[in-house]
Design a protein around this ligand. Structure first.
Ligand code: PMP
Length: 292
């Protein structure tokens, strides 16, 4: 079945959703994006995702043609056009069509695309069994070169890490920053649990302020867990009792091995399982109604 895509103000079949080869999103990765999920007819944390989209755009001086309200409505309408109740939504705003030469002033109008579809990062059973990951040689982009808070279309840093993971035969990998502190996964944030306390790297080590990350921080507080945002090393990751990754696409997935070191008992631990359950409960019951 052909999906219906939002493209620059129109809803078109995917075969007709075409963008110029002179679009600077294609030529230079010049643009920003968001990944959002809907569960059971409700879009999860829509306002947070919209806010981050407009903040990413502001940071790179990209004028999004749609107002915040128009983009919100276009997102909901794209989901409705595709008759979805559960969805993964991708919003892409690129610099738009220009010519060769990277000067963004050559692009008079940004290109906006909204896709409502589905995404599967990891096989279903790994959400129960947990994931083996590695740490990689590729370091996280330094914030003073390209700030990881910008959800830029240029994901080459992350893709190089995914290639290392693929070559090592694992499905996900964790990046360290230039100082050797654990930063994040290719598209997800990292948490560890040690002696009942939850740790996650602060964003300044080079981690995106993930929206799922914040959901977990809030759920952990609500459940009465101690949680600290502080830098930690690969050694602390190896000797953690529990580890899990969070992201819109990844959701909350337990990690049971890092670089061949078993994490805890080698099965998802009690804190992780509790937070996964709390996350699933929240994601299925709160959000912006697709059909108000
Ligand atoms: N880090 C990176 C590099 C990401 O691309 C993502 C996915 N947006 C995340 C973390 C997780 O963020 P969120 O929970 O907002 O999806």
């Amino acid at each position: 079945m052909s999906r219906i895509i939002y493209l620059n103000g129109k809803y078109v079949p995917e075969q007709e959703a075409k963008v110029s080869v002179f679009d600077h999103g294609f030529l230079y990765g010049d643009g920003v994006f968001e990944g959002i999920r809907a569960y059971k007819g409700k879009v999860f944390k829509l306002e947070e995702h919209m806010a981050r989209l407009y903040e990413s755009a502001k940071s790179i001086m990209l004028d999004i043609p749609e107002s915040y309200e128009e983009m919100t409505e276009a997102t909901l309408e794209t989901i409705r056009q595709n008759n979805l109740e559960d969805a993964y939504i991708r919003i892409v705003v690129s610099r738009g069509t220009g010519d060769l030469g990277l000067d963004p002033r050559k692009c008079p109008k940004a290109t906006t695309v909204i896709i409502a579809s589905s995404i599967t990062l990891f096989p279903e059973e790994l959400y129960e069994q947990g994931l083996e990951v590695i740490t990689v040689a590729t370091r996280r982009n330094v914030p003073d070169a390209l700030d990881p808070q910008i959800k830029s279309l240029n994901y080459l840093n992350n893709i190089l890490v995914k290639i290392e993971a693929n070559r090592a035969g694992v499905m996900e990998a964790i990046m360290l920053n230039g100082q050797g502190y654990v930063a994040e996964g290719t598209g997800d944030n990292v948490f560890i649990v040690k002696r009942g306390k939850i740790l996650t790297p602060p964003s300044y080590v080079g981690a995106l302020c993930g929206i799922t990350r914040q959901v977990i921080i809030d759920l952990a507080a609500e459940a009465g867990y101690l949680l600290e945002e502080r830098p930690f090393t690969r050694h602390e990751l190896y000797v953690a009792d529990e580890c899990f990754l969070t992201g819109t696409a990844a959701e909350v997935i337990p990690v049971i091995g890092v670089d061949g070191r078993q994490i805890g008992s080698g099965t998802p631990g009690p804190v992780t399982r509790d937070l996964v359950a709390r996350f699933r409960e929240l994601a299925g019951t709160t959000g912006t109604d697709i059909h108000p």
